[in-house]
Design a protein around this ligand. Structure first.
Ligand code: 13P
Length: 343
């Protein structure tokens, strides 16, 4: 019998584990490869993902699920083993990014709306047959002098809710990701402005999820942390970020949600880990908190791999280290000394 939505969601939130976001779209992976002077070829994309997924120690101990793309969900390692078989071996749940990207919203506010609802019901049926246990849809909320607008918040929240209910109908756990971006331009907003916008967005998202009839016990939330923009004068401490993020979540996220898995959103590797650990030190949280990081798990591994299979062991060691540090953070047990000593 397939696992219930709630059981899958709880398994993704297993204590000390988190999600690896490896669902970079083609343009995004091309950008990451270009930074290390690599072309965006099918073989290199395969090798890179194979390096990550065959990091057995990390996958077995620290990773509960991996977000894949359509390409990787059906892809095989160089020796012909399917990525899905590699994950099954490590007891990792395969997930799938199902949105088609964030595109400019009509008008000139600089905002974005995520597309991908057309035909989604049929696609989800296919993904479920291929073994996807969960899915991801990312909405992007921009902060600038005139944004976000009510129109944009409502449109994105509505799309997230339509996506989420379709996932649940297909037996797939929706990971609902409304990202208030902190590393976009102009990026000069304060911590408080991010707190206010994040709260407003979450309020709207949960209103739409309820209207659509989404079972809150069968989903996960993937939010941003509350942070100032990258060009802001605010320099909050790790504990301030943790406290403010938890306050906003407490106010707007129902306790019925089985877990919250943060995106890293352009924070440095160590910042993303430190913030998660500080949040998990706060007692009496209504939901478990973990990571669903892309860049903050992969940065060092990507550079160490550098496009060469002979670098797999060192790159896998780098990935395993980051995964272990974030596992400790998910338990509220990370320290920067440990991070440096073990690196
Ligand atoms: P980052 O952790 O790199 O922000 O990516 C997570 C993700 O899945 C964004 O959609």
């Amino acid at each position: 019998m397939p696992m219930s939505l709630n059981a899958t969601a709880r398994k993704l939130m297993e204590p000390g584990k988190g999600i690896l976001a490896a669902d970079e779209s083609e343009p995004t992976i091309a950008k990451r490869f270009a930074k290390i002077n690599l072309p965006n070829s099918l073989d290199l994309r395969r090798d890179y993902r194979e390096m990550l997924f065959r990091s057995t120690e990390a996958m077995r101990n620290y990773i509960s699920g991996v977000i894949l793309t359509e390409e990787t969900l059906e892809q095989h390692a160089a020796d012909g083993t399917s990525f899905r078989a590699i994950m099954a071996d490590a007891d990792v749940i395969p997930g799938i990014k199902v949105d088609r990207g964030a595109f400019p919203m009509p008008g000139d506010t600089g905002e974005k709306i995520t597309e991908g609802l057309d035909g989604l019901r049929q696609r989800l049926e296919q993904y479920a047959k291929l073994g996807a246990g969960f899915a991801k849809w990312r909405a992007v909320i921009t902060i600038n002098d005139i944004a976000p607008t009510r129109n944009n918040i409502r449109a994105n929240a509505h799309s997230l809710a339509r996506y989420a209910i379709l996932c649940q109908e297909a037996g797939i756990v929706p990971v609902v990701e409304p990202e208030v971006v902190g590393d976009g331009e102009p990026g000069n907003h304060s911590l408080e402005r991010c707190a206010q916008v994040t709260g407003d967005v979450l309020e709207n998202v949960f209103k739409e999820l309820r209207l659509a009839g989404v079972d809150l016990g069968g989903m996960l939330l993937k939010p941003n942390m509350v942070l100032p923009g990258i060009n802001s004068r605010d320099r909050p401490s790790v504990d301030e970020v943790a406290r403010r993020t938890v306050e906003v979540l407490r106010e707007h996220v129902p306790a019925a949600v089985p877990g919250i898995a943060f995106l890293s959103g352009g924070q440095t590797d160590e910042e993303a880990t430190a913030h998660l650990s500080a949040m998990n030190k706060i007692v009496g949280l209504p939901w478990p908190l973990t990571f669903s990081y892309g860049r903050a798990l992969q940065n060092v591994a990507l550079r160490t791999w550098a496009g060469r299979r002979e670098n797999f062991p060192q790159a896998q060691a780098a990935f395993t280290h980051r995964a272990r540090m974030n596992s400790l953070a998910a338990l509220g047990q990370w320290t920067s000394e440990q991070d440096r000593l073990a690196a």
